[in-house]
Each structure stands twice: as C-alpha cells, then as structure tokens.
Design a protein around this ligand. Structure first.
Ligand code: 5AD
Length: 433
C-alpha cells in the first residue's frame, strides 16, 4: 500500500528541489540525499523522505495515473458550491460568498458563523469549507501513522486519562527496539511515509534513545518523523531535530490562559506557547490545536484557538472534542455535539486558509462514527492511523472507548483507503507547495 506518489525531479537549486506529479509542480526540501534531475523521490510535508528507483516509480505511477484523475473528478463534483441563499440570513450568505472569493474572515464574522444554529446555514458553511479545501489543496489527503510509545506522564491535567493522577492505569514504555520495529512495520510493510511518535511527558525513554530511534527511522526506513512528547525543552528539541525529527505535534489545548491554568494543574499557557515557537524557530513543522468542549470554553475562545493555531504558523491543525474520562476530575462533563466539531473544522479552513492541513482526530471519530467522512467534506484533509502494537494501544487511554483501539492495522488502512476513494481523495501527501 502506498501513501505517496513518487515525483520526478525537474530542477535542483541548492537544498530545494522542484518535483513533478502528473503535471503539478511542488517544492520539497532535501537535506540528505544526493539527488539529480530526473530522479524519483517520495516527499512528505515538503521534505524528501526517500529516493525511489526509476523502475519502482514507473510501476507505482502507472497504477496511479488513471485512478488519480478519476479521483480528482469525483472530488470536484462533491466539492462544487452552489451558494443558493434560500432559507439563510442575508448576512450569512454575504460572508460565505466573500470567503468563497478568497477574502479573509474578520473575527466578528467568524463569531457570527460559529453561533449559527440554522441547519441550512451550517450545511452551506461546511460545503464552503469543502469547496475551499478543494480549490486550495486539490484532493490529496495526508495519512500519517501514529505510534504511542509510552503512556507514562508526569503531568496532572484534569482532562486527561493518562494523567499521573490516574492510579488505576497500568503503565508501559516501549523499548527503543520495539519502537523501531513498530516503525519498520508501518513503513516497510504498510507503506507509511510519515510517522508521529507520541507519549506522555517524561515517560522513561531517554532523549538519547529517542534520538537513536529517530535517526534509524530517517536513515534506514525513510519517513518523516513528528514528535509529540510534551514540553521536552529547547535543548532536547534541538537534539532530536539534529537526529532527524522534522515535525512537532503539541496542542496548546486552549488559547484562554485562565482555563489552561485550571485544566493543566497550574501550568502556564505561555510556557507551552514558548515551546511551540522554539520548535518553529528550529525548523520543525508545527501541528497544533485545542480541545473543543472543555469546561468554561466559549465560542469566542474556540475562534481565538483557531487564530492562535494560525499565528503559530501551524502546518497542521488538530482540533478535537474533549471526551470525559471516568478517572479524572472532569468525569461528568458532556462532550460537544458533532455539528459543533464540524463547524469548528469549517472555521479552521476559513481562518487557516490555503496551505493548512486539517486533521480528523481520533477523539472526533470516537464521538461520531461518521466523523471522518463528514469532517473530510467540511474542510479537513488529513487522517491518522494508529500503528501502535495492539497490546499497548489499549493502554493509551486519553479517554474511554477510543475508536480503532482493537482494530487490526490492515483493516484500518483498508477502511481508510476505501473511504477516501469513495469521496475522491487520494491517500497522498504531495508535499508542501
Ligand atoms: N479527550 C480528548 N482529547 C484528550 N487529550 C487528552 N485527554 C483527552 C480527552 N479526555 C488530547 C490532548 C493532548 C492530546 C495528546 O490528547 O489535547 O494534547
């Protein structure tokens, strides 16, 4: 199974190469291969991750060629927009019309949209987001694999099921060999080109061990590595970047400093933001976002969250519903409704704009069984598949009854690919433009 289409190098200028994909040209950053014009490569998130032989590339391209254009047609049909304004407020029609013409959205307009409870208006809002996603990013969809390397955590966040306060949970930390084996299976057997390594904070796997694994994944397997180990500090961020990590997933959880202090056991939002900004300065691609539906959060907070993710120059947005865990102080909070999440994704597309990847989170898939399809038709263009060994996956209980916790990886992949095909999306990340 292949999650990337090989591209042919058209030109090389220092460390930036221009790659051709069926007539579309994209730039990719190349930081370690000896490449020449005419070579084929796989790129992810704007980075070259693997060189591919001409023979292999031509085989893959011949399989993809027809499918690729068929999928684009299906996508184009599903994302067409007819802004008929019957049954909606004139103001909503004007705002959506303006967004569809590429104009940016004011905060007041964003608030106006997120507050709408009119079904027809919401439907048009989601369609407009899908229209923009197609217009800006065509039909490519990122499919990343995630390996949850440890459920140990030193923090006591009141929303989180793996908080140090949860004494009922059995804890695990994968060894560096286990992590590499899981990565090898994901890349070599299942074809993933981008992997997220995630854990609680301060989990018992040393930074040196993590560096060792990341270096091997980059050099021996050829995949883009994102890290998500909490606030590991500037020095460790630098260390892991040198070893080959190129992305950081770190949510700021909420843009409201008071709520942050309340739910993150007195920690400061400022420190979290500093960490994300430091990672960006080092060169990491940033994936960030917030929890939707935490106590005290207003609609305005959600809009501020989206603006903050944009201001942090995120390459990927990750907004997901808060789902209460019985062993936490927030055990009795009810989650948001599906339509609130869909509105959030649509607004994320309106505010995040042309380049940003928007993820369908596993939490959203747990909240609603149609989350993937509906989310992908509401501005999102990215999904993750859990490739953690199954015996560990069930212990990574951020919240109960997580979607896909017991599912075989091959089944998850097949389901994902058939869903993507049904809505005209190619399970590919063609790299940053
Ligand atoms: N519900 C939804 N998401 C959660 N996370 C942690 N606990 C929960 C929960 N109960 C999310 C946080 C964290 C990410 C790894 O998981 O946003 O950043």
């Amino acid at each position: 199974m292949c999650y990337a289409i090989p591209g042919k190098i058209k030109s090389i200028s220092d460390t930036v190469i221009l790659v051709d994909y069926f007539g579309e040209e994209k730039k990719a950053y190349n930081d370690f291969y000896d490449l020449a014009v005419g070579d084929y490569v796989f790129a992810q998130g704007g980075y070259v991750v693997q060189k591919v032989s001409k023979k292999e590339a031509e085989e893959i391209l011949s399989v993809w060629k027809e499918t690729f254009f068929e999928l684009q047609e299906v996508d184009l049909r599903l994302s067409s927009l007819d802004l008929k304004s019957a049954g909606i407020e004139r103001k909503t029609a004007l705002i959506l019309d303006k967004i569809a013409q590429n104009s940016s959205l004011s905060k007041e307009e964003a608030l106006y949209l997120i507050n709408s409870e009119n079904e027809r208006e919401i439907e048009l809002m989601l369609k407009t987001a899908n229209f923009l996603r197609q217009k800006y990013l065509k039909n490519s969809c990122c499919v990343h694999g995630i390996i949850e390397i440890s459920n140990r955590c030193q923090n006591m966040c009141s929303y989180c099921g793996i908080s140090a306060n949860n004494k009922t949970l059995s804890r695990y930390t994968m060894t560096k060999e286990e992590i590499f084996e899981a990565a090898k299976e994901a890349v070599n057997r299942h074809g993933f080109k981008a992997l997220m390594l995630q854990s609680g904070e301060n989990h018992g796997c040393s930074v040196d061990d993590l560096g060792y694994v990341i270096e091997r994944i980059k050099n021996e397997l050829g995949a883009l590595v994102f890290i998500s180990f909490g606030e590991i500090g500037l020095k460790n961020l630098e260390k892991l970047y040198k070893k080959g990590a190129r992305g950081l997933l770190m949510r700021f959880e909420t843009s409201n400093p008071e709520i942050y202090r309340n739910i993150c056991s007195g920690n400061e939002l400022e420190d979290r933001l500093e960490h994300i900004k430091n990672a960006y300065e080092i060169g990491y691609l940033i994936a960030t976002g917030s929890l939707i539906g935490i106590p005290g959060q207003t609609k305005e907070d959600i809009i501020n969250d989206i603006y903050l993710a944009r201001d942090l120059k995120a390459e990927m947005f990750s907004f997901g519903p808060f789902l209460a865990h019985p062993e936490t102080p927030l055990f009795d909070i009810r989650p948001v409704m599906e339509k609130e999440m869909l509105k959030t994704l649509a607004l994320a597309r309106f505010i995040g704009g042309k380049e940003v990847k928007i993820l369908i989170t596993t939490a959203f898939e747990t909240l609603s069984k149609d989350a993937r399809k509906k989310g992908l038709l509401s501005g999102a263009n990215s999904v993750m598949i859990n490739v953690t060994p199954r015996q560990y996956r069930k212990l990574y209980t951020l919240y109960p009854k997580r979607a896909h916790d017991q599912e075989d990886i091959v089944n998850q992949i097949n389901d994902t690919v058939s869903l993507l095909r049904s809505i005209g999306r190619a399970p590919t990340d063609l790299g940053a433009s």
